[in-house]
Design a protein around this ligand. Structure first.
Ligand code: PMP
Length: 297
């Protein structure tokens, strides 16, 4: 992997020089909060839903008890531009924006976190890309125990257990039920299904991350007069669905095949939403939502 420049602790440094004590609170206990954000290239560069990512990161910082003020979107774009120049980035890419604790401390650390912004080269998913899913025995962590609206590194180990189970069953990805037995989400993406002509997605009280892409998809569907239900979703709904897709910043719109289903075809609604999502990410449509931050270098 290329040794990219990243922005760490107020400096531009090579990733290999951005160090952390092995006994820091973040390395020992997964004490960090983060966002993944995509930048798409067209006639200019477009950061997708930057303000919403910063808002969620700020909320994660507050919820986990970090007393620091997040950088502004203007500041963020300036750092981004410098990173693109230093790393000679001229394509679509994404970044990981993480606050962590450098101090050698326990999970109860009160230290001020530092942050890094690191580029990851990721192009759009190709149109024939799909994943196979399976329901796992592992349940989603309850928001009564760990707030699932907080993007904290430690929360992701729940997804790791589920992924191990899914892989052992021959699927690419898991779908987890929540403590009440309702369908929750996958490891890094939310789920939508189409059943009897209605688009269905687990409601926000299903122990899911409040996904920005989920919100984008819902708004696109409403704009296009689709019927959408945000509700508790049952295993039967999944098995009886005509189409399933996952969505997320990284997953974008990922068509889904249930493990064991043979003659799989990517459905019409999934194709439609993939197309519209692509337009939304570069402000070709849905301009009234102001979802993109455009810049040139
Ligand atoms: N759920 C989880 C657990 C995630 O990590 C992600 C990725 N951030 C998502 C859903 C999708 O969220 P978003 O659309 O905001 O990227």
């Amino acid at each position: 992997m290329k040794d990219y420049y990243i922005y760490y602790n107020n400096n531009f440094v090579r990733q290999s020089n951005a160090t952390l004590p092995v006994l820091s609170a973040s390395t020992q206990f997964g004490l960090n909060v983060f966002e993944g954000i995509r930048i798409y290239k067209e006639d200019a560069y477009y950061v997708f839903r930057l303000e919403d990512h910063l808002k969620r990161l700020n909320n994660s910082l507050n919820q986990i008890g970090f007393k620091t003020k997040i950088i502004s979107s203007k500041n963020f774009v300036e750092i981004l531009k410098e990173l693109m120049i230093l790393n000679d980035i001229k394509t679509d890419f994404s970044i990981r924006f993480t606050y962590l604790v450098k101090e050698v401390e326990s999970w109860s650390s009160n230290s001020n976190p530092v942050f890094f912004i690191a580029p990851l080269i990721r192009e759009r998913n190709s149109s024939d890309y799909f994943k196979t899913i399976v329901l796992t025995k592992i349940r989603r962590i309850s928001s009564l125990a760990m707030d699932m609206k907080v993007k904290c590194g430690a929360n992701y180990i729940n997804g790791r257990y589920a992924l191990l189970e899914a892989k052992s069953k021959g699927a690419d990805l898991p779908i987890l039920k929540n403590k009440d037995g309702f369908i929750s989400e996958s490891t890094g993406a939310c789920i939508f299904l189409v059943k009897n002509g209605v688009v269905v997605t687990p409601s926000l009280d299903s122990d899911i991350l409040e996904s920005i892409t989920r919100d984008t998809v819902i708004k696109i569907l409403i704009e296009n007069d689709y019927k959408i239900e945000e509700r508790h979703v049952l295993e039967e709904d999944l098995n009886e669905s005509d189409e399933i897709f996952l969505c997320g910043t990284s997953a974008e719109i990922t068509p889904i095949k249930l493990l064991g289903i043979k003659d799989f075809k990517i459905g019409d609604l999934t194709k439609f939403i993939s197309k519209e999502y692509k337009y939304a990410t570069t402000a070709k449509k849905y301009k009234n939502y102001s979802w993109t931050t455009k810049f040139k270098i």
